[in-house]
Ligand binder design. Sequence first.
Ligand SMILES: Cc1cc2nc3c(=O)[nH]c(=O)nc-3n(C[C@H](O)[C@H](O)[C@H](O)COP(=O)(O)OP(=O)(O)OC[C@H]3O[C@@H](n4cnc5c(N)ncnc54)[C@H](O)[C@@H]3O)c2cc1C
Length: 423
Amino acid sequence: MVRRVVVLGAGYGGLNSALQLERQLSQSKDRNWEIILVDRCNYHQHVIMIHEIAANSTAPEEAVIPLAYLLNGKRITFMQGDVKDVDLGGQQVAFDSQRIDYDRLVVALGSETSYFGIPGAEQNTLGLKSVDDARRINAHIKRTFLIARNSSRKDRASLLTFVVCGGGYSGVELTGELADWLPELALANDIDPSEVRLVVVEAAPTILMGYPAGLPGKASELLVKKGVELQVGSPVAEIGEGMVKIRSGETIAAHTILWTGGVQGPAALAQWGLQTGAKGRAVVNGYLESVSHPGVYVIGDCSLVVNPNTGRPAAPSAQMALQQAPHVAENLEAELVGGQRETFRPAGTGEVFSMGRRHAYAVLGRISFDGYAARLLKEAIALRYYLNLGGPALVMEKMPGALRTTAGGARLLLQRRGLQTKG
Ligand SMILES: Cc1cc2nc3c(=O)[nH]c(=O)nc-3n(C[C@H](O)[C@H](O)[C@H](O)COP(=O)(O)OP(=O)(O)OC[C@H]3O[C@@H](n4cnc5c(N)ncnc54)[C@H](O)[C@@H]3O)c2cc1C
């Protein structure tokens, strides 16, 4: 009898678990399996670079890969649809007008934006979770400058004020890019760049709270040097049309309010009956299987994984989803064609934060460095991902510019090192 694995979500976790499982199962003699991948989009998104799209330094096409291209020749059926319901008892998934049965389910639907119940936050801000969101922000900012160039200096004050709510990594990466782009846009629209105000509002006492020691301070220093105003220890009380009210009482008038405040597991997980924990993420056991529903694996931002090395929930990230994907594939293979399931142990691979077009911070275990070398490392990580997914052809098609920059930059750095050594 054919056993069907349904994978929900074609993001980092879902796509890569489906691809890996297909590779493994294709090598077994057993042909009684099928894999169905479901996503609302018919393309895979390279989410870790969308802040660059928002701030005009990367074209949206670079971060979007058609699933037809990635699944070509693979024994994976793609079905496009918005997953609305999962009947965990009846082992059925419902999306759009279809219902499909499953024997094993992988839930990899990513996360939802968390607004912490702040009045007006959802209605009056632009979020950054997908390539479409990034496009929207990019178009909004360009439009805002066009309006500003034809407005009086008084009206321009709020038009040229940009507030980023949330100083976690996505907020900081976005701010770094905007700090490079907004002054250029001002000049292109005959506006004095000093009229532009870019503010980060963060409730915690520092940006990048909880990240390795030294990083928050260095990142703050760099942003301030780029002209960014940091309002830390400043929880947002309310957001209205064109205004952000801080709990201290101060109100910032701003035409552009961007929300990077935080993420939580999709509300649907609990509605379907999966046991959820902190931030609405599904609680999983060591095999990455729902503790309430055996046979349902949950990975990526959806899952609440406790890092056995620290005893604390692992932070959701693309690199975590990419570690979980092959692991779930191994465990599914063990279940489907025989073998022993293994316990997942997250490996610490470090963090690289981009801080604009030419700067980044890298923390790799005990080693940390910043500047252009770290920025090149960030580019190289993106390139390596495409290389693993679709080989050199995909890199050449999607990222020829990044490839040239990385190769050229690496050569430059090596030359500089050589000169210093000789000197
Ligand atoms: C600006 C920004 C920068 C980031 N930078 C980094 C970084 O440098 N390093 C890092 O490790 N992480 C980074 N992250 C975090 C990282 O992108 C996420 O942790 C990662 O995308 C999670 O992977 P995932 O597979 O769980 O979900 P996703 O990649 O979000 O994929 C979820 C998929 O599910 C689909 N989907 C969702 N709901 C439905 C539904 N109801 N029906 C059908 N399909 C659905 C979506 O279309 C999507 O394809 C960044 C995030 C942002 C926003």
